[in-house]
Design a protein around this ligand. Sequence first.
Ligand SMILES: C[S@@+](CC[C@H](N)C(=O)[O-])C[C@H]1O[C@@H](n2cnc3c(N)ncnc32)[C@H](O)[C@@H]1O
Length: 259
Amino acid sequence: MHAGRAGRRDPTLEIESPVDPASHRRQTREAYDRLAAVWSATTDTGPFNGFLERPVVRALVPRPLAGLTVLDAGCGSGAQCEWLLDQGADVVGIDLSPAMVEESRRRCAGRGRLLVADLAHPLPLEPRSVDGITCSLALHYLRDWDVPLRSFASSLRPGGWIVISLDHPFAPRLAHQRGGYLDIELVSDTWTKAGVEVTQRFWRRPLAETMDAFADAGLVIERVAEPRPSSEALARFPLELGPLVGSPSFIVYRLRLAA
Ligand SMILES: C[S@@+](CC[C@H](N)C(=O)[O-])C[C@H]1O[C@@H](n2cnc3c(N)ncnc32)[C@H](O)[C@@H]1O
């Protein structure tokens, strides 16, 4: 059970983890280092990121952004950093994978501050130094969200916002998933992108765990969006996105500091 939530209504079963957190992070970093060179090319105009998840993340980012400082946490190869910079924001991007950060630097061409950092440790940011935070599909690589969410909360200026996307907790079961909906489990999935195959391990958890983690960090939910394929996206990727019509894949939250 989560250390900060003793006495919760029902115990949540945690499926025994096959790896310790440090080796899990090393495996995650190595896999993303391998994917870095192909990440932009395969995700920017790919069905799941480019046409499903990113449009909804961006729709939930409050505008205008000109003159604001925005952190992109788990920035990958810099798609979101580039978009935020193009909107006029001053951007800090962080990622666990040095190769991803290198790709972000190349993509942003000298704009923004792009750093290697691990969300499992407090962020290298001054308290109350950012106006907004985006974090796309990165938090589920961490079992414990106390450190990243409290770090997000303390680095926000009053009135600041956080947009977080995650795999949807009601998404169809993965092939190797052993537990049920109420379990917290390190699951795995194998992807091949432009000939690079990796097996990624990430945590799935029931909805209440996510809600409690937000609340424990002093964050309140302002909006929730459940991306669905647009007709343009469906026409372009019928095989990939057709099965997702009416079926949850991602979930996106906009959070604010509790008053
Ligand atoms: C699914 S990719 C998403 C990348 C980017 N946000 C995007 O949407 O294209 C997940 C990213 O999270 C990063 N990541 C995973 N664990 C992390 C950690 N503990 N600290 C920082 N970044 C992490 C990975 O290196 C990877 O770049």
